[in-house]
Design a protein around this ligand. Structure first.
Ligand code: 5RP
Length: 220
């Protein structure tokens, strides 16, 4: 089974978490796109759907699903999103698609966060995938220098602007043994909008698709 098939399998497994009357937050990326394309039959029964990016909003609307603003809807019952890496503590690296800020807002606003990944993203230690960090443009070099002091190799994601008008640096070479601590520290640096570590608000459920089916893990 190739990676695309696993992504689709994980996305379809998430459908069983959706109940009539729920407010649903929808993440961003190629895994979530399979979910969006399967949503129309259940979307009508939902109270509201909120998107984590302009790309997701466009795809939802192309599927005939109206999208509402988080401000109007309030807290969400369920948030479904992919990730670039996940560990046994349900901590995630996210932001490969550059939507990390709005994704973190929706995860924070949700009572339950179901994360859908293929088994290539399941890791012992986070950091092999370069850590995305959204920064305001004038702080890019300053923030990059702070990562160099930690032993990272920051690379500016050139020709990319986030939905919020900001820039992204991808930090290579980190071995993130304490994600909670690193997230808290980076959050303090001026100019950082969002670090793509989801540890303070981890996933509640991981759906991990592999060749033998989809494994479900629930956070205690
Ligand atoms: C976007 C994300 C995505 O969830 C992450 O990059 C995984 O993407 P994909 O499903 O395409 O592998 O965080 O900002």
């Amino acid at each position: 089974m190739d990676q695309a098939a696993k992504k689709k399998q994980a996305a379809l497994a998430a459908l069983e978490f959706i109940r009539p009357g729920m407010s649903l937050g929808v993440g961003t990326g190629s895994t979530v796109n399979y979910l969006i394309d399967a949503l129309p039959p259940v979307a009508r029964s939902l109270a509201a759907v909120v998107a984590s990016s302009k790309a997701t909003e466009s795809r939802l609307e192309a599927n005939g699903i109206p999208v509402r603003a988080l401000d109007e809807v309030g807290d969400l019952d369920l948030y479904i999103d992919g990730a670039d890496e996940a560990n046994a503590q349900f901590h995630l690296v996210k932001g490969g698609g550059g939507a990390l800020t709005r994704e973190k807002v929706l995860a924070g606003a949700s009572r339950r966060f179901v994360c859908i990944i293929d088994d290539s993203k399941w890791v012992d230690v986070l950091g092999a995938f370069p850590l995305p960090v959204e920064v305001i443009p004038m702080a890019r070099s300053f923030v990059a220098r702070q990562f160099v002091k930690l032993g990272g190799r920051p690379v500016w994601r050139q020709d990319f602007v986030t939905d919020n008008g900001n820039q992204v640096i991808d930090v290579h070479g980190l071995r993130i043994t304490d994600p909670l601590d690193l997230e808290a520290r980076v959050n303090q640096w001026p100019g950082v909008v969002t670090v793509g570590l989801f540890a303070a608000r981890p996933a509640d459920v991981l759906l991990i698709a592999g060749g033998g089916g989809t494994r479900r893990l629930d956070r205690a």
